[in-house]
Design a protein around this ligand. Structure first.
Ligand code: NAD
Length: 297
């Protein structure tokens, strides 16, 4: 029987663990981790994400330092704020919600966050640290979505060593860090992308298939090897007909109903990878706090 990987449950377990952990840190240091959340402008989806992140942070005992700036804020003003937060003691990690307004350079902004306070793990210093890391990752700040995928794989309690892993997508926020994490687990990793030749055959070789292309239901059932583990990162909103009306629904990059027939384990969309991302953001904030206290030394 195919195991449906329940992202909501795994995320809840992780947040329960974090809550206990943070309560212990509060007793030990008389302080709690602080997460600065910076939003510029009023993109509706960003406001939804910020609200969800803030709520989850409060639930585990993380203090939120909220900065909602006007759309007209200049890049220099934002850099000044980040500089202040970089030097503020009660701020352990800084999250700048993307996308930023067009007059700003996102990479310049992300690079200005101090690597020790890099909530998303996107800073080149942390990207480099992940690529040279060995087995010990307890103090690393790791991009949240791929780390969430790895936790789901580890939760299956199977031996990852030597497995053929195919990651579809080479973005800096999902595909590349996912590949690094799987290399660290001693998988044999192939990174496929929009220029990959004969993608179906590449996928058919995968014991672990991670789809992060942003293409609705692109991965067909017969691309999936029997017994493979399928992790679907894609979140795509598509039109659908219901009761004679056109509505929308969320689907992943994988044709779920077909792939489910062959996979040994698979993540649904929604309710799979999505809930893991916020939990891993909170984890990064707790790690940044611990690092600031030399907890791991
Ligand atoms: P991106 O657009 O930055 O990267 C997509 C990658 O897919 C690129 O490297 C591209 O080469 C590859 N690709 C595109 N079309 C392809 C094709 N036809 N065949 C093979 N490869 C192809 O996207 P991203 O930011 O990495 O996100 C990928 C997907 O994951 C999106 O659907 C996004 O919404 C979703 N996402 C989900 C979460 C979450 O929390 N679950 C977080 C981040 C991203």
């Amino acid at each position: 029987m195919t195991h449906i990987i329940d992202g909501k449950e795994i995320s809840q377990n992780l947040r329960d663990k974090l809550k206990k952990d943070i309560s212990g840190l509060k007793n030990k240091y008389n302080a709690v981790p602080g997460l600065a959340v910076v939003q510029v402008g009023n993109v509706a989806a960003s406001s939804v994400y910020v609200k969800a992140k803030t709520k989850s942070a409060h639930e585990v005992g993380i203090e939120i330092i909220d900065h909602h700036l006007d759309e007209s804020t200049s890049q220099d003003q934002l850099l000044e704020l980040i500089n202040t937060l970089n030097n503020q003691d009660n701020v352990n990690s800084i999250l700048v919600q993307l996308p930023l307004p067009k007059h700003m350079n996102e990479q310049t902004i992300l690079d200005s966050i101090h690597p020790d306070k890099d909530a998303d793990g996107f800073h080149p210093f942390n990207v480099g640290k992940l690529s040279i890391a060995s087995h010990n990752d307890e103090n690393l700040l790791i991009p949240c979505t791929p780390y969430g995928c790895l936790l789901m794989l580890k939760g299956l309690k199977i031996d990852l060593v030597g497995k053929n892993a195919v990651v579809i997508g080479r973005s800096n926020i999902v595909g590349k860090p996912m590949a690094q994490l799987l290399i660290k687990e001693s998988c044999t990793v192939t990174v496929a992308h929009s220029k990959t030749k004969n993608l179906p055959d590449v996928c058919r070789n995968a014991d672990i298939l991670v789809a992060a292309a942003g293409r609705p239901e692109m991965i067909k059932g017969d691309w999936v090897k029997e017994g493979a583990i399928v992790i679907d990162v894609g979140i795509n909103r598509i039109a659908t007909q219901r009761d004679g009306k056109t509505k929308t629904k969320l689907v992943g990059d994988v044709d779920y109903n077909e792939a489910k027939k062959l996979a040994s384990a698979i993540t649904p969309v929604p309710g799979g990878v999505g809930p893991m991302t916020i939990a891993c953001l909170l984890r990064n904030t707790a790690i940044a706090f611990k690092n600031s206290k030399n907890f791991f030394h």
